[in-house]
Write a protein that binds this ligand. Structure first.
Ligand code: ATP
Length: 356
């Protein structure tokens, strides 16, 4: 069973994490074929476009994409992987690995997953000058004057649809069921976090739709919190969480915070799932401040790769890599600087390969 993976290494320090991870997976000889769509500045210099048709075809012909992180012109390919491929559920696990430098006194047993709605909310990217809203003469619930008369400024649209909410909430309930099947000692629960007290129309609608869907899943406990209260609970009692679903912006912010909770953004894996397609990328950005130093922690990329292997049907291999990563942390001899060590990105991956 040969599976083809399109690799986009990304910008700044991202390729330094991606390359040794791809090498490690390749060395397992399990039938993975790697293709490299040419995107970004290199593609632009050759074809005039940062995301030419050939790159799109390479992605379309592969089984999945493994994406580094983008700060520049490779961003056009990310738009395609998200909106073009309709990958609406961004799954971001938060797992305590014994040996990691968590700032918590008691991080043992943290094991939850944030599902961030990936396509809507403020990320529809519809912004502009306030004066453009004059023909609508919109009045807010809090400020009584028409919003375009507030001053010189900008607006951003927050779009929450029934369709978009239903699918990400159903995905999250199914994930809670799957996690329970994998570990029956874990009671399945879905937590929804929104700002429905202030944003009654938009976040209130997200919660209303989520509560409707909850009635189809009476085997899964459903709870909801106002997102600021949720942020506090996530830090005070993270072990109480199982699966959490949130609109896009809160999911983006709080999943980075969840990475900090277990020790570093460098540990935060992610996969973006649609109905017909999924791609995988570490949750962190391109870490420009440490580019060229070969100290970026590749754990997020490695654990994203294990999610990818599982998606491709290589479940045993995914577990093996995960266990090898756990052993390296438990052993504590090969830690990158974000974890208090001095090991380079490449040497960390070599330690994982040895543990394999
Ligand atoms: P984006 O908006 O693209 O998600 P960001 O603003 O969250 O990016 P990052 O690039 O993720 O920013 O970096 C935030 C900080 O975390 C930086 O100091 C960076 O060096 C650090 N960081 C991010 N990823 C890693 C990693 N894998 N290993 C070590 N440090 C990291």
């Amino acid at each position: 069973m040969i599976k083809t993976i399109a690799v986009i290494e990304g910008d700044d320090a991202a390729p330094e994490a991606m390359q040794p991870v791809v090498q490690l997976l390749d060395s397992m000889n399990i039938g993975l074929e790697w293709v490299y769509p040419e995107v970004g500045e290199a593609a632009e210099a050759k074809t005039g476009s940062p995301f030419p048709d050939e790159a799109r075809a390479t992605i379309d012909n592969a089984d999945t994409t493994f994406f580094g992180s983008s700060s520049g012109s490779s961003g056009a390919s990310l738009m395609y992987l998200r909106w073009g491929k309709q990958t609406y559920a961004n799954v971001r696990p938060c797992l305590h690995l014994p040996g990691c430098a968590s700032p918590l006194a008691n991080p043992e047993g943290i094991d939850f997953v944030i599902v961030r709605e990936n396509l809507e909310d403020l990320y529809v990217g519809c912004e502009g000058p306030l004066e453009d809203l004059e023909p609508l003469n919109l009045r807010g619930r809090t400020i009584r004057q028409p919003v375009h008369t507030l001053g010189t400024g900008k607006y951003a649209i927050k779009a929450i649809t029934r369709e978009g909410t239903e699918r990400v909430v159903r995905f999250s309930f199914e994930l809670a069921r799957r996690r329970h099947r994998q570990d029956p000692s874990r009671a399945p629960k879905l937590t929804c976090a929104t700002k429905h007290n202030m944003l009654r129309g938009s976040d209130g609608f997200f919660l209303e739709v989520a509560a409707e869907i909850a009635s189809e899943y009476d085997d899964v406990e459903f709870e909801s919190f106002i997102v600021d209260d949720f942020a506090c609970r996530m830090i005070r009692d993270p072990q109480a969480l199982d699966v959490v679903v949130m609109p896009n912006l809160y999911g983006d912010i709080l999943s980075d915070a969840a990475g900090g909770l277990v020790g570093s953004l460098g540990l935060a894996a992610s996969g973006c799932f649609g109905d017909d397609y999924a791609y995988f990328e570490p949750a962190h950005g391109t870490a420009p401040d440490i580019a060229g130093q070969h100290i970026i922690n590749p754990t997020a990329a490695l654990l994203s790769a294990t999610m990818m292997l599982e998606h491709l049907g290589f479940t045993d291999e995914a577990r093996k890599i995960e266990n090898a990563v756990f052993r390296v942390y438990a052993n504590g001899q090969a830690l990158t600087p974000d974890q208090g060590g001095t090991t380079s990105t490449e040497d960390f991956c070599t330690a994982v390969a040895r543990a394999l």
